[in-house]
Ligand binder design. Structure first.
Ligand SMILES: Cc1ncc(COP(=O)(O)O)c(C=O)c1O
Length: 371
């Protein structure tokens, strides 16, 4: 079986985790927690990084820190994983769904303004499958209307965006807060984990405080909690894995890019398959290699998934539109034509770092022969 996207563990993971076990520093304090935050902060080039138990809690904390709550609206795409949207509900605010672009699969920034109301408090762009959202016009809109921007960059660690002045920005660093996930299928993993990054020191400190039970240690070492916090800390054991994984990030990004280029060189010859985009302002991390099955391909996406599965190739259809799911039927949305079309046409092909060229040859062969 060629898996969709599995972890790559070939660095110092065993060494650093053994160090935690040998020294008894396995829980929520320990040097690797600070080290992981520090090194991630350096990698992203931001003022503050706060590690969390997963990406979902990072997004929730980010919204809380921005003061999002009941009565507020947050503009978010519907073509994303459910964890981009559920945290909006956890805060008591409401999602407003915006359509995506046909070529990049991410939030269509030209469709945001028509959805802004007096209640709109934030925009939550999601850099789905690795391609950046068009952040510069999005930030201009946010400035114009005084909105917060919380980036869900969980699927786009290592992707970059170029502003008109020619400067490249790591995805997750342009909004008020950027959120990442280290779930098992992500570019780097801690088994489960997340991180939020920000250049706003107050936001960073507040997020750290809330993620650690909003705890102040008094003079006599007793705990004081001036507000309600959360237990979103990452244990030292997992942070140790994170430090080891982060050491390999550039290598993994290079491999993903080379694999995407090789896929492109083979699949471009097959009629009816639209290849993933990389806009002139973007560096796509190709976290997943994602294509669209057009009518000219003759068989539909779901039939293709079945053929690939029988041949031992694991795939994943694009996200199903969230605005059509039971809990979200009553929320506002713009026209969702592209989201709905992509959700029946899009397919993610195997994208692990360990994917070999002959695996890609085999997958392309099946796509070409359609049996
Ligand atoms: C787009 C998106 N948002 C949020 C998350 C949530 O991350 P986690 O699973 O670490 O909570 C994920 C990944 O699982 C995701 O793909």
């Amino acid at each position: 079986m060629i898996p969709l996207c599995v972890p790559e563990i070939r660095g110092n993971e065993w060494k650093y985790i053994k160090d935690c076990l040998d020294t008894n520093w396995v829980s929520s304090a320990g040097k690797y927690v600070d080290m992981f935050e520090e090194r991630f902060k350096e990698y992203m080039g931001v003022e503050k990084a706060v590690v969390t138990m997963n990406g979902t809690s990072a997004i929730y904390l980010a919204l809380k820190v921005c003061g999002i709550g009941p009565g507020d609206e947050v503009i978010v795409p519907s073509m994303t994983f459910i964890a981009s949207v559920n945290p909006i509900i956890y805060t008591g605010a409401e999602p407003v769904f915006v359509d995506v672009c046909r070529d990049t699969f991410v939030m269509d920034v030209t469709r945001i303004e028509e959805l802004i109301t007096e209640k709109t408090k934030a925009i939550l762009p999601v850099h789905v499958y690795g391609h950046p959202v068009d952040m510069e016009p999005l930030m201009e809109l946010a400035d114009k209307y005084g909105l917060f921007v919380v980036e869900d960059a969980t699927e786009a660690l290592g992707s970059e965006y170029r502003t008109r002045d020619g400067k490249w920005h790591k995805v997750g660093t342009m909004g008020d807060i950027g959120c990442f996930s280290f779930n098992g299928n992500k570019l780097i993993t801690t088994g489960a984990g997340g991180m939020l990054v920000t250049d706003n020191k107050n936001f960073g400190q507040k997020a750290k405080f809330l993620s650690t039970q909003a705890k102040i240690v008094g003079d006599n070492k007793s705990f004081i909690h001036p507000e309600i916090g959360y237990n979103y800390r990452m244990p030292n054991l997992l942070a140790a894995m994170g430090v080891a994984q982060l050491e390999k990030i550039e290598e993994y990004l290079d491999i993903k890019r080379r694999n995407a280029e090789y896929y492109n060189s083979l699949l471009i010859k097959i009629e009816g398959i639209t290849l993933p985009a990389e806009k002139e302002y973007a560096k796509n991390s190709y976290w997943l290699y994602s294509v669209v099955i057009e009518d000219e391909y003759d068989i539909d996406r779901d039939e293709l998934i079945g053929i690939l599965e029988k041949k031992g190739v694991e795939t994943r259809p694009f996200f199903q539109a969230i605005h059509k799911m039971e809990p979200y039927l009553d929320y506002k949305s713009g026209d969702m034509g592209i989201t709905e079309e992509l959700s029946i046409r899009g397919i993610n092909l195997p994208s692990s770092v360990s994917l070999r060229r002959d695996d890609i040859d085999r997958i392309a062969g099946i796509l070409d022969s359609k049996h």
